[in-house]
Design a protein around this ligand. Structure first.
Ligand code: PLP
Length: 392
C-alpha cells in the first residue's frame, strides 16, 4: 500500500482529485506498520459458512469458470427474489434482479445511469466514501443531510430543504455505516414522502440488512407504499456471509429502472465471479439459524466493544445494527478524531477510523471515531485491554 503524496496528481481528472485518499487505506497501512489491531476497516477475521465456501470450490471443479450471463446466473437472480420474499414479503421478479461485482459496482452504475451532470443527489452524512466519489464521477452535485449524535436522527425539515428543482436521486444506507443506526419506520416514511412529493428515485444500500439487534428490524424502503416503483434496492453477500473478498452483489428495481442501471453495469465489469455466484445461491438459502446466529454474535461483540470503549473513557453512542460502534473522543482530551486515530496505534496498538472524513459538515463529525466489531472475541478482548490504558 503506497501512501498518497500531498498536492494534486497531474494525471488525474479534476473531479477525482479530492478522492485520492481512502481513509481505510491510510489506517490499514498504519495498522500494518505498527502491528496494531485493526479495528478500522470493516472486514471479518473469519471466513463465512463452510458449506458456502465448499459450494464455490465445487463450482470451480464443476466447470463454472467462464463468463456468466451479463445480468447474473438465473439461479442467483431467483435466489435474491426468494430472499426478498422470505425476509420482507417483497414480491420481486427474478427478471428485475441484476447481479453485480459487489454492492459497490451496483451503487456506481446506479448513480452513473440515473444522474445527469449538474443534477443533485441527496445523501445522509456521515456517508460511505464511495457515494461521494461516484456522484462526482457522474458530474452530480452532493447535498448532505446530517445525522446527529447521539441517536443519529435527522431533521425532516433539513431533508426537505436539501431537495430542490435539480434533485434527481436520494441515497439511503440502512443499517447505516459508519454509525450503526437502523432507520426506523417513521424515518423511512419521511424519506418516502419526500421522494414521492418530489418524484425522486431512491438508491438504497442494504448490505448490513441481516445485522440488527435488540428487536430492531430492517425495513427495506421498497416495501413502503408507492416506493417499489422508484427504488433501486442494492445489497451483497460480502457482509451477510463474511465473504467480503468475493464481491457478489445485486440490485433490483422494476422494469426500465433496473435496465437503466444494467446498461451502465454491462460496460463496467460486464460480469464477474461465476463460481462465487453459484455459491451465493447456497448462502442466500441458508436456514434461519444462520441469520439469527450472525445477529446474536454481532450483538455480543457490539456489547463487548461498547463496554470496553466506555471504560476506556470514550463517550459511546448506541448502535442497533451493522458491525460498527462510534464514540466521541472529547472526554479523552482530543477535539479532533483524526488526531486521536493517528495517535492511537502508537499509544496503545489499536486502529480506528475518524468519521470526520464522511461528512461535508466537518464540525458535525469532527470528534467522532468508528471501531469495527467484526473480529474474533479474543481479538476484541485484547483490543479492549489495550484501550483500557487510555483512561488512566
Ligand atoms: C462494505 C460496504 C459496501 C460495499 O459492498 P461490496 O459488496 O463489498 O461492494 C457498500 N456500502 C456500504 C455501506 C458498505 O459498508
Amino acid at each position: 500500500m503506497s501512501s498518497t503524496p500531498a498536492g494534486p496528481n497531474p494525471h488525474l481528472v479534476a473531479r477525482m482529485q479530492g478522492h485520492r485518499l481512502s481513509i481505510f487505506g491510510e489506517m490499514s497501512a498504519l495498522a500494518v506498520e505498527t502491528g496494531a489491531i485493526n479495528l478500522g476497516q470493516g472486514f471479518p477475521d473469519t471466513d463465512g459458512p463452510p458449506e458456502v465456501t465448499a459450494a464455490a470450490v465445487q463450482a470451480i471443479r464443476d466447470g463454472f469458470n467462464q463468463y456468466p450471463p451479463d445480468r447474473g446466473i438465473p439461479e442467483l437472480r431467483q435466489a435474491v427474489a426468494d430472499h426478498q420474499r422470505r425476509f420482507y414479503g417483497l414480491e420481486v421478479d427474478a427478471d428485475d434482479v441484476m447481479v453485480s461485482t459487489g454492492a459497490s459496482e451496483a451503487l456506481g452504475a446506479a448513480v452513473m445511469a440515473l444522474v445527469e451532470p449538474g443534477q443533485e443527489v441527496v445523501v445522509f452524512e456521515p456517508y460511505f466514501d464511495l457515494y461521494a466519489a461516484v456522484i462526482e464521477l457522474a458530474g452530480g452535485v452532493r447535498r448532505a443531510v446530517t445525522l446527529r449524535a447521539p441517536d443519529y436522527s435527522f431533521d425532516p425539515d433539513e431533508l426537505e430543504a436539501a431537495v430542490g428543482p435539480d434533485t434527481r436521486l436520494l441515497m439511503l444506507n440502512t443499517p447505516h455505516n459508519p454509525t450503526g443506526k437502523v432507520f426506523d419506520r417513521a424515518e423511512l416514511e419521511t424519506v418516502a414522502r419526500v421522494a414521492i412529493e418530489h418524484d425522486l428515485v431512491v438508491v438504497t444500500d442494504e448490505v448490513y440488512e441481516h445485522m440488527t439487534f435488540d428487536g430492531t428490524v430492517h425495513v427495506p424502503l421498497a416495501s413502503l407504499p408507492g416506493m417499489a416503483e422508484r427504488t433501486v434496492t442494492i445489497s451483497s453477500g460480502g457482509k451477510s456471509f463474511g465473504l467480503t473478498g468475493w464481491k457478489v452483489g445485486w440490485a433490483h428495481a422494476p422494469g426500465e429502472l433496473i435496465r437503466a442501471v444494467h446498461t451502465v453495469k454491462q460496460h463496467l465489469s460486464f460480469t464477474s465471479g461465476a463460481p462465487f455466484q453459484r455459491a451465493m445461491v447456497t448462502a442466500l438459502n441458508l436456514g434461519d439459524d444462520y441469520f439469527t446466529g450472525l445477529a446474536d454474535d454481532l450483538r455480543a461483540k457490539r456489547d463487548l466493544v461498547s463496554a470496553g470503549l466506555a471504560s476506556a473513557g470514550l463517550d459511546v453512542y448506541p448502535a442497533s445494527g451493522t458491525y460498527y460502534v462510534t464514540a466521541d473522543v472529547r472526554p479523552l482530551g482530543y477535539d479532533d478524531g483524526m488526531d486521536f486515530c493517528r495517535d492511537l496505534p502508537g499509544r496503545c496498538g489499536v486502529v480506528a477510523v475518524p468519521n470526520r472524513v464522511f461528512y461535508d459538515d466537518a464540525d458535525a463529525g469532527r470528534t467522532i471515531v468508528r471501531f469495527a466489531t467484526c473480529k474474533r472475541f479474543e481479538v476484541l478482548d485484547e483490543a479492549m485491554d489495550r484501550l483500557s490504558g487510555l483512561a488512566g
